[in-house]
Design a protein around this ligand. Sequence first.
Ligand SMILES: [Zn+2]
Length: 465
Amino acid sequence: MSEIKASGYPNEDENVSKETQATNQQSLEEEIHNLRERLHTLQVRLQEEGGRPGKNSHETQTPAKDWDSVGHGLDKYMVERYSRQIILPSFGVKGQSKVSNGSVLVIGAGGLGSPALLYLSAAGVGKIGIVDRDCVELSNMHRQVIHTERSVGIHKTKSAKQAIMQLNSSIQVEEYTEGFTPENALEIVDSYDVVLDASDNAPTRYLISDACCVAKKPLVSGAAIGTDGQLTVYCHGDDGPCYRCLYPTPPPATSCARCSDAGVLGPAPGIIGTMQSMEVLKILSGIGEVFSKKMLVMDALYSRYMVVKLRPRSETCASCGKTPEITRDTLSSFDYCSFTGQASPSDAATPGLRLVDDKHRITVEDLVQRMNPKHLLVDVRPNHHFDICSIPGSINTPMTSFDASLVKNMFEEGSYEEISVICRRGNQSQRALLELHTIGLDNAVDVIGGMQAWSAHIDDDCPIY
Ligand SMILES: [Zn+2]
């Protein structure tokens, strides 16, 4: 194959050829991405146009039927479609009518939002808003069950809307791809009856709660990480607390784990998200007892499910107290990132921890040059991460039990001349490096970008997790 060259490209200039190949590949990937988005848009439109007659129950007037003596407004198709929930004595046609004319805003189309969106659209909630700024990734698939393999790379709101349209074409779906921000929060929340928090970070949780306090909307809140979960309803009734009532001071940033760092078993958010959808249906239909002033705490690993009582609304709460600091006028200028000490999700996407100077940092390409018997490569990821994939010849000493003097002994006894430290993304390795420098291993260097950079630039067969 080496003799075969495309015309117009000089044989001797391999760099130009490689660059051109990379550019071609990039433009092809962009084209595939654009085509996928276009395909989804067309599929959604086809679904919308091909829906059943008389669709879009939300806020539309249905002419009264002879057989509808109570004026519930449901047509024959709707009664048949939702008959198994309508024949529930507590729910009935009145419950269905309220649900069909009701609306819910789901913030986050991920692990919690996926089951919630599926059940809410299946139940026939008239209008569903979906907020998410992210695109579907392969690592989402094990828990974000509304998305399919074909959705990888496209916006989650688009993917979710398509799934909803396939499930129930009568639903009016609104997409908010810009995410939920102090600037747009109230305008969006004002258009819905209930809000479902399926987000995964502290700044957004405070913002959602504040917006619901100001707009006086019930907030169905859920959280799940690992095999644990929580569920409650905030801002409900006359004395239901808000998120701020319970947590006037944000927890330290270090205690706020995310699924991408801590891991999660799919059914954990699946259970909580499903329970959130049940609370939404109860609120919209007016049946049962809303889960306010109580919190479900789930430990699914040991099958422990506890309900703890919560304090009622706090009179001194900055958001829903007697003299609130957060109001319709002030909310948009509140700085949620500095309040919680956490970056917004968009900032967090670009890791930029810098603990060591440039001369003690090397790229993965530099690391390849160092690979020789006199070089010691220390991998400080947890054991179970090291088990996933590792660089041949590296040794694993997890950061949680990192002993710099042990590494120093190994370096000296093995007569090594160079030492590099690697982790998952290049943050923990810098912390380890500082410890090694402190005990005199001055030539130790850190690998920028860690194993993710290794997989991306050196060994594309090595998984990025
Ligand atoms: Zn409050």
